[in-house]
Design a binder for this molecule. Sequence first.
Ligand SMILES: [Zn+2]
Length: 327
Amino acid sequence: MEILFRPEGIYVPALDLWLDPRTPVEYAWLSHAHSDHARGLHRTVIATRITAGIYRHRWPLPEGRTQEVLRLDPGETMEFRGARLTALRAAHILGAAQLLIEYQGERTVYTGDIKLAAPICGWATEIVPCDRLIIESTFALPIYDFLPAAEAKERMVRFAAESMAAGLVPVFLGYGLGRGQEIVHTLTEAGLPCAVHGAIAGLIPYYEAEGVEFPGWAPYERRKDETRPLVVTPGLQDSLAAPAARVRVALVSGWAAVDSARARSGADVLIPYSDHAGFGELLEIVERTGARRVEIVHGYAEPFARLLRQRGWDAVAAGPGTAEVQV
Ligand SMILES: [Zn+2]
C-alpha cells in the first residue's frame, strides 16, 4: 500500500484517506485531539468518540457548514473502500487511538502520538502485530527516560506540599490539553485544591464525562492573597502568579528530562513525565508489534531510524524532523 508523507499530513492514496492532516481534506483519521493532529474542517472525520468531542470543542462548525463524523472507538472495525480500519487504544491523552489498516493482505498501524503505559488520565496502549508501523519519535533519544505515572504524581504532590509549608505558592506548568488536566486531577485527588488557568479548565468537563474527578478546583483569578497551587500553561507563570506572592515553579514535561529545560522554562523544579514514550518505551513498542518496516515521523526521526536499521529493521525517517511542543 502506497503511503505518502507530506508536510500537510500522511496520505493513503488507495483509500483517499489522510492521517492527522494539517489542512482541510475529504477524509481524515484524527488520532487524538492535540491541535497539531486534529485541526481544520474536514468533510468527513473518523475518530474516537472522545477525540471527536474535543476536536469539535476546539474547531466549532461555522454556521451552515456540515461535517460527517464516523465514530471508531477502540476495538471497533469499519470497512472503508476495500480496507478494514480498526481503532486501538493509544496511551497519550484522553481518547487517543492508533489506527490499524488492513489492506490487500498487509497490516499497517499508525500510532499517532503514543507512549506504552497508561498515563495519569487515559488508557494503556494496545499492541497488535503488524507488518508495517508508522510511529512518532518525539523523544527518541536515550536521554529521554520518564517517570512512571504513579511516581510523577507523588513528585507533584510532594512539590506542592513542601512549597506551601515553606510559605511559597507552587506553580505548575502543563499544556492546555492533557498534562494540565493530569496535574489538576493529581493535586485535587490528593486533597490540594488548586486554581486553574482557563486554557486548562475549559477542557476539564471532557475528562469529568469519562469519570475523572477534580474535587475542589477553581478557576484562577488574579488575587493578591492567592495561596493555592496554580496550574497554568507554560510561559504564563509570571503573568498569572499572584502579584505579592513568592512562587516556586515546577515544569511537568518530557522536556524536563534534560536540565536545560530549567533555564528555558524558568522552572525551579523539573518533573520528567510525558504523554509520549521515552526512548526505551518506543523501542519496546516497535519490538512488540513485530513490524518489518518502520516509518518514523516527528522529532528525532533520523537518529531513531538509524538505530533501528543498525538493529536489523527496515526503518526510515519519513516525516518532518522537527521536535514540536504539542498543546
Ligand atoms: Zn499529542
